[in-house]
Design a protein around this ligand. Structure first.
Ligand code: SF4
Ligand code: MG
Length: 318
């Protein structure tokens, strides 16, 4: 398995859990969606894969990348993980680029410093990468500054940089959320294209369940730092099992869907809210007495699992 997270619990200062017992995997060539509202812990999972956690955070469990536990890597191992094996793409491309450096310098210096390539080789590779992400006239782009490019073009530059080291795993954290709809579609198509061509594993993080369902092979739905449902995208979309997943689908209908929008009442718990049972209980229309007092177990359902007291274990289909 390319990425395998086992029993990951992360506590920030004061023993407040940000993630609870998270299990997640991404195979080579697979696009896996990680969906949840803001504050659900999605970005924390991505940061844990690169061990970019706050100083005061304590992590338990395992984060295995190609079989090696990131949480116990030494400095050299961590450097090579971040430089070569795993690349992260953030929401705002401008946060990754230096406004006073030309695009060409940004791309080549990264390769010279972090990958130890020679300058000439790095320049050639930068031109290739810009062409690979669909930038016309790469020579011109190399001479330009970030402010001369649109948001969509800048995100292409960031994707080119992410591919520079031939990583095995891409972490895309809301990578298209800041773009307008047309540019978003183009950028998604580009990401999917490079992912398939290079057989990369991708963890695609988004708050948009419809987008994830259209784009990913499998999806994990996160709520208050726990995985509440994980299934193949098509199964999850057609027949959500967890009340929260169903609620997310009902509150964000697709364009042209005649059904009324049904918002989920209440708001997600904050980090300071303690809960003994199901974290979704205060908002759940189906809650029973056990929901407030005991955490629901994760049970096997078609293609994956869901954590809810009302869901009965299903025998695997033969
Ligand atoms: Fe709702 Fe209870 Fe299931 Fe939680 S465990 S989702 S509160 S029914
Ligand atoms: Mg986030």
């Amino acid at each position: 398995m390319l990425l395998e997270i086992r029993n990951l619990t992360i506590e920030a200062g004061g023993n407040r859990p940000i993630l609870r017992d998270v299990a997640l995997s991404v195979a080579r060539g697979e696009v896996v969606g990680l969906v949840g509202e803001s504050g659900s812990g999605k970005s924390t999972i991505a940061r844990a894969v690169l061990r970019l956690l706050p100083q005061n955070a304590a992590a338990r469990g395992q984060v295995l990348v190609e079989g090696q536990d990131v949480l116990s890597l030494d400095d050299g191992g961590l450097r090579s993980l971040r430089a070569a094996t795993v690349s992260m793409i953030y929401q705002d491309p401008r946060s990754s680029l230096n406004p006073v450096r030309r695009i060409g310098d940004f791309l080549t210096e990264r390769m010279v410093h972090t990958l130890g390539r020679g300058r000439k080789e790095a320049r050639g590779r930068a031109l290739e990468l810009l062409a690979a992400v669909g930038m016309r006239d790469p020579e011109l782009r190399m001479r330009q500054y970030p402010h001369e490019l649109s948001g969509g073009m800048l995100q292409r530059v960031v994707i080119a940089a992410a591919l520079a080291a031939d990583p095995a795993l891409l972490l895309a954290d809301e990578a298209t959320s800041a773009l307008d709809v047309t540019t978003q579609a183009e950028t998604l198509a580009l990401l999917r294209g490079v992912q398939a061509e290079r057989e990369l594993g991708m963890l695609f993080i988004t708050h948009d369940l419809h987008l994830a369902a259209a784009y990913c092979d499998r999806i994990y739905v996160l709520y208050a730092g726990t995985v509440v449902e994980s299934r193949p995208a098509s199964a999850l979309f057609a027949d959500p099992r967890h009340p929260y997943t169903a609620g997310l689908l009902a509150c964000t209908p697709e364009l042209g869907d005649p059904r009324p929008i049904k918002p989920i009442p209440g708001r997600p718990p904050s980090l300071d809210d303690a809960f003994a049972g199901c974290p979704f209980a205060p908002r759940c229309a189906h809650a029973v007495a056990a929901c407030a007092s005991s955490p629901p177990p994760s049970v096997a359902v078609e293609g994956g699992s869901a954590a809810c007291h009302l869901i009965k274990e299903e025998a695997p289909a033969c």
